[in-house]
Design a protein around this ligand. Sequence first.
Ligand code: NAD
Ligand code: UD1
Length: 336
Amino acid sequence: MSKILITGGAGFIGSHACVEFINAGFPIVVLDNLSNSKEESIRRIEKITGKTVTFYKADMRDAAAVRRIFEEQQIDAVVHFAGFKAVGESVAKPLDYYENNIGGTFVLLQIMREYGCKTIVFSSSATVYGMHNPIPYVEDMPTSATNPYGYTKVMIEQILHDICISDPEFRAVALRYFNPIGAHKSGLIGEDPNGIPNNLLPYIGQVAVGKLQQLSIFGNDYDTPDGTGVRDYIHVLDLAKGHVSALKYAKEHAGFMPINLGTGHGISVLEMVHAYEKACGKPISYRIADRRPGDISANYANASRAKELLNWQAEETLETMCEDSWRFMQQNPNGL
Ligand code: NAD
Ligand code: UD1
């Protein structure tokens, strides 16, 4: 039976997608080098679904290891999450980011070509809209980047686009995620960052659980209703389901298609803090700090293409995003 290769399937978004693919009846194979995740997340996917997961601890840059997977498993599509994702780190270590994200994707695409595998769903990001597009972001706006991480997403989208032009049978969906948060309802899998979190939700979660003392809110003088930054936060479960719909779409439609996965609504940092306080039942200590360099005031998706092409839309609420995140934090205060 043909299978789906999920790269980065032990990570935050990939692990939730594994659960949704399994629940939707797709046989999956996971490749992850565990550089930013733990094998425990594979065990937890198995616990949630009651199914055994075929897992290869391998690096996508290792052509022999990737080839072995295609040799041993009948892979007919790839859902490609693997990559480094920390913006600040990408500025400090650009070569590592280009090498891992782009180099790894090259290896994967070359081996897909060797084995005649022509379907890929790729984890892109709203970061490809750069700094200068008006909101809400629509897929046909020009893409650009402000840091090496963002450039890897812009470039990989371009590579996929070019492959689709060269091969009329190739199909690539680039899912541009907005801000994924939340966790599985079981509390067994969720976001488990190494070190001090850079992103808002894991930071708030660690303040709530007592691991960090105080949240710094990066600026309250933005041109937004309460002055704090506005983002389109999307529940990782909704996001995961979007991948199942995107794969079904890709199987039926050749060519390159970028699709936003967001709710279409913006939420401010202060709104998020208050929603989390409600979910965890205690105050979140915060202070107002300087703006973070490189941040924009507000972004959110125009989510109509996903609705039209994938028949997908976000179903979870701000409340459930915070409640599910909090459940995961409580059950796993020290990560997985
Ligand atoms: P994550 O770090 O939790 O997951 C990525 C996984 O890829 C990790 O398990 C890591 O071990 C693995 N990996 C990295 N390099 C690898 C390599 N060379 N070979 C094999 N495995 C490798 O990150 P995530 O939040 O789940 O993000 C998944 C994807 O979505 C990434 O491509 C990321 O850039 C993209 N994305 C994430 C966000 C976000 O806010 N989390 C937003 C937009 C886009
Ligand atoms: C960041 C990245 C983006 C990446 C995304 C997901 C930057 C500039 N952008 O997006 O490229 O795709 O993560 O990984 O790093 N905030 C605080 N205090 C904090 C943390 C965040 O006030 O401790 C604020 C930010 O200023 C922003 C909002 O919370 O207004 C969300 O921040 P974050 O979670 O880091 O996501 P993005 O900045 O949207």
